[in-house]
Ligand binder design. Structure first.
Ligand SMILES: C[S@@+](CC[C@H](N)C(=O)[O-])C[C@H]1O[C@@H](n2cnc3c(N)ncnc32)[C@H](O)[C@@H]1O
Length: 303
């Protein structure tokens, strides 16, 4: 089994154990499977909120990972675009059959041709962004957070945050890496980064390198689980509000615990979230809103 989210991978491992399933490997990988001609069967149920070209790329890689004459299955509902995935398989394979239709869900089975070379289904995007006197270059793909341009909230965070030289700075929930790239380019600090998605951290690594930033560590994990014993002079965060209160609360709690004595947590959020009050009343931090840009507030919090 493969996943791109560290949290989902952990759930997957727990469920494997709970159901006493043996001989299962659960891998956290950006694009899976990675080896050609490895599996007799490949099963893929595309996530509905993942961009279609990312799902197409996964499907084609899945087909490539199937042994010649082996079977690659794709399942989904009409709104998830199952017809387009079936059409893609039909363009690549001689034999594609509809094996099941149950309620809204349809399952297609494709037989992998003996000689099959996967082509790219997804195009990378390159763009530049400027914040103050600094310009950074980024490479992204659809589906990454704010993949077409620097997010307005992230830009506000970068404009109003100051990180001292020599600080150990954590780019928390780093996405494709804009925060670490800009702060690392303009400050002589040690950059650490983490994100739940291995696709995000894969691109963050590439973008730090493109911008001449050599991070001390880039990890894929839930919240700050990758850095249990480390403290930071500065933690910068544009939180994944959509991930729900369970994730943001865990992120705030672990960020508070990881702040050095004189450390600062800088975050940007949609003003309706009012995280300045949350960090003050629920987490006991001293907080100050340092800027309001459009609908975003930038807050600094200290213990
Ligand atoms: C609003 S985006 C910010 C990305 C990047 N810092 C930026 O400013 O462009 C939030 C990020 O949180 C990540 N994320 C979601 N859940 C997470 C979790 N449990 N632990 C760590 N990161 C998480 C997402 O993958 C996403 O990259």
């Amino acid at each position: 089994m493969t996943e791109t989210s560290a949290r989902a991978t952990e759930c997957c491992r727990t469920n494997v154990d709970r159901n006493e399933v043996e001989e299962v490997t659960v891998e956290l990988v950006p694009w899976a499977p990675v080896e050609s001609c490895t599996y007799d069967r490949v099963l893929f149920a595309p996530k509905p909120y993942t961009p279609a070209d990312v799902n197409m790329e996964r499907l084609v890689r899945g087909l490539a990972a199937t042994v010649p004459e082996g079977h690659c299955y794709v399942a989904g509902t009409e709104p998830t675009g199952i017809d387009a995935y079936a059409e893609l398989l039909e363009a690549l394979c001689e034999e594609v059959i509809q094996v099941e239709t149950d309620a809204d869900c349809t399952v297609y089975r494709a037989t992998r041709p003996p000689d099959f070379t996967p082509g790219n289904q997804i195009e990378e995007r390159e763009f530049r962004s400027s914040v103050g006197d600094y310009t950074c270059r980024f490479v992204t793909i659809p589906g990454l957070f704010s993949w077409e341009e620097l997010d307005t909230g992230t830009e506000a965070l970068l404009r109003h945050t100051s990180v001292p030289d020599g600080a150990q700075m954590l780019d928390l929930a780093c996405g494709y890496g804009p925060v670490g790239a800009f702060v690392g380019a303009r400050t002589d600090c040690e950059v650490y980064a983490t994100d739940d998605s291995v696709l995000m951290t894969t691109f963050a690594r590439r973008n730090y390198e493109r911008n001449g930033v050599t991070p001390a560590a880039v990890e894929t994990d839930d919240c700050l689980d990758a850095f249990p014993d480390r403290t930071f002079g500065a933690i910068l965060l544009n939180p994944p509000t959509h991930a729900g209160k369970g994730v943001t609360w865990k992120m705030f709690q672990s960020a508070c615990a990881a702040l050095a004595d004189d450390g600062e947590l800088w975050l940007v959020y949609n003003e309706i979230m009012n995280y300045e009050r949350v960090l003050r009343s629920e987490f006991g931090l001293n907080t100050k809103v340092v800027a309001s840009v459009e609908t975003f507030d930038v807050t600094v919090a200290r213990s």
